[in-house]
Design a protein. Structure first.
Length: 526
């Protein structure tokens, strides 16, 4: 499987000089991070081994066939926000002909023979902090593997760390390329939707940290996304929208010559301060959806707010559109060697300001210089008005590039409580976390507290969100009354195996839930 952080092609403008000229510099390198065509990232040998393991497990643990239709996905099973701190690069290839590709949206966000979804992180730096992977549906662990190296950037037929779940009715989900030592479930374990399975990694045939999420239904690859080139209903209760507009994913400033370091998916050097003697200095950006023939412009703003330098308009030289790319510049400015204070680097892309980046300039570097992360913009629950049977996400809203004044990779510590009792705690680089379905019960108050921190332990302000579940379990449709509409709502959810139909909170959806629902409903009002 390929993540969007794949093959680095350097574009080095030959006309640039790296000398010590006063007030000089410019774009020095970078280029596209594109996926190339190759065999599926789960090798035939791995597929064969998994199929054998599943058959052996199910021969020893037979289960009745579930004749109901496949349950809908209610969330994407990764601890982050789509097209924010993680991003979709490849969908299922719906054109199975050799050397032809087609995704559900009639575009080319896939590669030949790809059987799943590649959802990537920005770098190995986020992987090192950790980003959780969750069970997309309740199920049974029918295969799992751990202990393989997890910083792979190439290599076919390399074994991955993974989990495979069975959901009944000949439906399976695969979670591939996990971080070594992170697989958190055992063979035969029954898991709830939203339960953590492991952490995102780059094990197996992988070129950067990402989750390969794959669904198999009735012995065939299943694409849950529906669109012009995949007819039928979506496999999601509310299908995620694609977003292929330009955005800046990450940014950093450094005195390190960036031509001497590997590019993404490796973590790049970054700092919030420069010394007078650190000339030239460098800065970089990680970009999504760069339009063809794009332009850039760099300006330096003095601590007093006046402009010290304007590069004028330059060109990236990208004749094609780039899905993902990274770029770096270098500059030597005389005043940066004499004027202390908070300078700002402003970068325009295609005439619009992409970033206004502060940097502290000092006579000498302070080894103890460190500032805590910025306060979060907001927190929100997803769904906004959840039921106890939902998988509930706590989602962070914050800047991708100015979340820390020193451009550090921010860690988020999530603490979940129910009526003041802690039920989950995790420190993650992901800007979302979740608790499994049926963690809460009606009438309880759920609270999520998120505290940002940096690699040196400095913490930013904590943010808190809370929600009290209604204490009327028979009011299934949450309209404030108990009547026939609740019966209808329950049965629609039960037929589709939605999480809220697990009324007895046993992790499964079956006839026992019907009995539990009618006991509540017969009891009447709230």
């Amino acid at each position: 499987m390929r993540t969007s952080l794949i093959v680095l092609a350097l574009c080095l403008p030959s006309a640039l000089s790296r000398g010590q000229a006063v007030d000089g510099g410019g774009l020095a390198g970078g280029g596209p991070l594109q996926a190339d065509a190759h065999a599926n990232c789960i090798s035939p040998d791995e597929y064969a081994r998994v199929a054998t393991n599943i058959a052996l497990f199910e021969a020893e643990h037979p289960r009745p066939y579930d004749s109901r239709g496949p349950a809908l996905f209610n969330f994407y099973p990764i601890g982050g926000n789509w097209y924010r701190d993680n991003f979709m690069n490849n969908f299922v290839d719906l054109n199975r002909a050799a050397s032809a590709i087609l995704d559900w949206n009639c575009s080319d966000y896939t590669y030949d023979g790809h059987n799943g979804h590649d959802n990537g992180l920005r770098s190995f730096g986020e992987q090192e902090v950790g980003v959780p992977i969750f069970a997309a549906l309740p199920g049974t662990v029918v295969d799992r593997h751990d202990g393989e190296p997890d910083h792979n950037t190439t290599g076919p037929n390399v074994t991955a760390n993974y989990v495979v779940l069975s959901h009944g009715g000949a439906r399976y989900t695969y979670y591939w390329h996990m971080r070594t030592g992170s697989v958190a479930v055992s063979l035969g374990q029954v898991v709830r939707a939203g339960q953590q399975l492991g952490l995102v990694g780059s094990s197996g045939y992988s070129t950067g940290p990402h989750l390969h999420f794959e669904t198999n239904l009735n012995n065939a690859v299943y694409e849950p996304f529906a669109g012009a080139c995949r007819a039928g209903a979506s496999g999601f209760a509310a299908q995620y929208a694609i977003d292929r507009t330009f955005r800046l994913l990450d940014f950093g400033i450094t005195p390190t010559d960036l031509s001497t370091v590997p590019g993404p998916p490796q973590a790049l050097p970054r700092t919030g301060q420069l010394a007078f003697a650190e000339r030239p200095h460098w800065f970089w950006m990680h970009v999504n959806a760069l339009p063809a023939n794009s332009t850039w412009r760099v300006r330096y703003i003095r601590p007093n707010g006046t402009q010290a330098y304007d590069s004028g308009t330059g060109n990236f030289g990208n004749n094609p559109y780039y899905r993902w790319s990274w770029w770096y510049w270098y500059y030597t400015l005389a005043e940066l060697g004499t004027t202390a204070g908070t300078w700002r680097i402003r970068v325009d892309i295609n005439g619009a300001q992409a970033i206004d980046a502060p940097v502290e300039v000092r006579a000498t570097r302070d080894p103890n210089f460190n500032r805590p992360p910025a306060a979060l913009t907001s927190l929100r629950f997803d769904p906004a008005a959840p039921t106890p049977q939902d998988v509930i996400f706590c989602r962070v809203d914050t800047s991708l590039v100015l979340d820390d004044p020193d451009y550090d990779i921010v860690r988020y510590t999530y603490v979940w409580t129910l009526d003041g009792v802690e039920v989950r705690r995790i420190t993650s680089a992901g800007q979302a976390d979740a608790i499994p379905a049926s963690t809460a019960v009606d009438g309880q108050t759920l609270r999520c507290v998120v505290t940002p921190s940096d690699p040196r332990g400095a913490t930013g302000p904590a943010s808190t969100i809370s929600y009290t579940f209604p204490s009327c379990p028979a009011d299934f449709n949450h309209d404030g009354g108990v009547d026939g509409a609740d019966v209808e709502t329950f049965f629609l959810a039960w037929v589709d195996s939605l999480p809220q139909s697990d009324v007895n909170s046993d992790g499964g959806i079956d006839g026992a839930d019907v009995e539990s629902f009618f006991i509540r409903w017969t009891a009447g009002g709230c």
